[in-house]
Design a protein around this ligand. Structure first.
Ligand SMILES: C[S@@+](CC[C@H](N)C(=O)[O-])C[C@H]1O[C@@H](n2cnc3c(N)ncnc32)[C@H](O)[C@@H]1O
Length: 243
């Protein structure tokens, strides 16, 4: 890279970082956060999450929605003093990856396709992610003890299930559909200044008193899910980007 392009790159990065910082400040002082942080606190009941896992943030240096969603992530990390914040999106740019590392997030290097085993007490944040990603996460953690200890903020499960044909759910979101009657969800209130940043999202908890009633057979999993569409970016697709 020439000296001139390096300078341009650095100026642009500074500008992006500043705008992420501004969005974080806007979130942290917004009525949206006052309400949402109360909801989280109520569910955490005095404890703090053991870690945060965030998939699918998108390009937060460029996209307005991703910038504010990133602002919310940093605000949650800060408010609940969460040390480990694991983040992954196959579409992050090199500049976004370096920024995440710089500010103390733990960048995941591998595309897990959402099939990560959660540690108890994880706060999962998947803003506007494909339903297949949530389905994979549920498949990988299809266990009442784990699910009960975690919180998942993602597209409303209720809305996904009620607005999607059964045929599609069975193919792409079987576990989402199966767990849906036993989930309690609190909608992210729609009082944010932009209506396309947190729309259709909700905080989900998996109450033990509901899950414990389920037969052991409910918790049997079938084989690892794979899909025949492009919504979820697979490991295989990532390898083809790189080659
Ligand atoms: C609809 S976009 C949402 C982006 C952003 N959060 C927003 O609301 O504008 C879905 C995001 O999921 C990400 N995604 C797809 N496959 C993924 C995977 N295997 N792991 C993590 N993120 C993934 C995409 O790269 C994309 O950024």
């Amino acid at each position: 890279m020439s000296k001139k392009s390096r300078k341009l790159f650095s100026t642009r990065s500074q500008k992006y970082k500043k705008s992420v910082e501004e969005c974080t400040n806007i979130i942290a002082t917004s009525p949206f956060w006052v309400h949402f942080s109360e909801t989280i606190k109520l569910e955490l009941n005095g404890s703090n999450p053991s870690s945060i896992l965030c998939y699918g943030l998108g390009n937060f240096f460029e996209s307005i929605q991703s910038k504010y969603q990133f602002g919310l992530l940093l605000t949650i990390k800060h408010e609940f003093k969460v040390k480990n914040c694991y983040v992954y999106d196959p579409q992050f740019t090199d500049a976004e990856r370096s920024h995440l590392t710089e500010i103390g997030c733990d960048l995941l290097c591998e595309n897990e396709e959402g099939k990560r085993s959660l540690l108890p007490g994880t706060f999962v944040y998947m803003p506007h992610c494909p339903k297949q990603l949530l389905n994979n996460l549920l498949w990988a953690n299809w266990n009442k003890e784990i699910l009960t200890s975690c919180i998942i903020v993602c597209n409303s499960i209720d809305l996904t299930v009620t607005s999607t044909f059964d045929r599609i759910l069975n193919k792409y979101a079987y576990y989402v559909k199966k767990i849906s009657p036993y989930v309690i969800e609190k909608k992210c209130c729609d009082n944010f200044i932009y209506d396309d940043v947190f729309n259709d999202m909700a905080l989900h908890i998996f109450p033990y008193d509901k899950l414990k009633e389920l037969e052991n057979s409910f918790w049997e999993r079938s084989k690892e899910p794979f899909y025949d569409d492009d919504e979820l970016i697979t490991k295989f697709k990532c390898m083809s980007f790189q080659s």
